[in-house]
Design a protein around this ligand. Structure first.
Ligand code: HEM
Length: 292
């Protein structure tokens, strides 16, 4: 029962997120076998989408589509993908070249639909300057939150991941008074203390993991990203199922009580997809759960 080690490790200094679509009529088995041997779960964390499994006539029980929400002035899109690779490391050049190798290897049946460069900012900050990941479970609790506990070969040690690219309006955020900024997050940027009197729309009030029934813990491994024109957060949450993430997102979108997360005043998601991250066997991905 070995998880992909990159899931439990702290975020790396640099990364590139790749998403892939299936080419029409493709039979992706050989490319998936090749990827299983090449990806070590550390320098490259891999997630398989329901679209890919469906094309292979396979199913992983609790993998379901990413939800879609629309409300007053905001939208949470659902943009399924066949495959997700989180290429991680210290050296941008190496990451780019490794990503190219993976893309070439998969090219007979999968085409790249997204490539996003991400990085660690400071001690692990969002581009708004707030620390991200403070309330992540640690040690055994991180394993319990993020990893599937199942004795069946190829199932235990797997993980589910929800991935969302958010685009920040950094000018809008900068134009808000400091109190409104702190109230949107629910923490004080200066010392990261939780605000006792934060409004119900504060992000950490919407998502407080212990406030759900059952408790909704996830292991967040988000990273800031940027291209020439835009910047934001690549939100990444691993879970032993998708239940905890779904419950948090539902409440952020106001679907529980009508209160929408204040994050939507300065940032918006442009993608949203779920994947199943297989465990490792030796130094390769263990695909026995889908018969490979
Ligand atoms: C642009 C998007 C987002 C930004 C900038 C952001 C930022 C933050 C920050 C600054 C914190 C406080 C520190 C911490 O505990 O990490 C936080 C907490 C948290 N966020 Fe987000 N977040 C974003 C999206 C999301 C989404 C989409 C979800 C889940 C649906 C989520 C779930 C959580 C959870 C579970 C916590 C910890 C709550 C607690 O138990 O105290 N976040 N986020």
């Amino acid at each position: 029962m070995t998880p992909q080690p990159g899931i439990l490790a702290p975020i790396p200094p640099h990364a590139r997120y790749l998403t892939f679509a299936l080419k029409p009529g493709a039979r992706p088995h050989p490319q998936l076998e090749a990827l299983a041997a090449a990806a070590d779960g550390d320098a490259c964390v891999v997630g398989l989408g329901a679209l890919l499994l469906f094309a292979m006539q396979k199913e992983i029980g609790v993998l379901r589509p990413f939800p879609h929400y629309r409300g007053e002035g905001f939208e949470v899109p659902s943009t399924p993908a066949a495959l997700w690779c989180w290429v991680r490391g210290e050296d941008r050049g190496e990451i780019l070249l490794r990503a190219r190798t993976i893309e070439k290897m998969l090219a007979p049946s999968l085409e790249t639909t997204g490539a996003v460069d991400a990085f660690k900012y400071g001690r692990g900050l969002d581009l708004t300057g707030y620390e991200d990941g403070t309330e992540n479970p640690k040690g055994k609790k991180a394993v319990a939150a993020a990893m599937v506990d199942d004795r069946r070969a190829g199932f235990g040690g797997a993980s589910f991941v929800a991935v969302q690219q958010w685009v920040h309006d950094l000018d809008r955020f900068a134009s808000l008074p400091r109190k409104a900024q702190d109230d949107a997050i629910g923490r004080r940027r200066s010392d990261n203390k939780e605000l006792a009197g934060a409004p119900a729309s504060a992000h950490v009030k919407r998502t407080a993991q212990e406030s759900f029934a059952p408790e909704a813990f996830v292991l967040r491994r988000s990273m800031p990203w940027a291209d020439a024109a835009r910047a934001g957060l690549m939100f990444v949450a691993f879970g032993r199922s998708l239940d905890a993430f779904d419950a948090q997102l539902k409440r952020m979108a106001g679907a529980d009580d009508g209160t929408v997360d204040a994050l939507f005043t300065f940032t918006r998601p442009v993608t949203g997809a779920n994947f199943w991250c297989p465990p490792l066997r030796g130094r390769r991905l263990d695909l026995r759960a889908i018969g490979l």
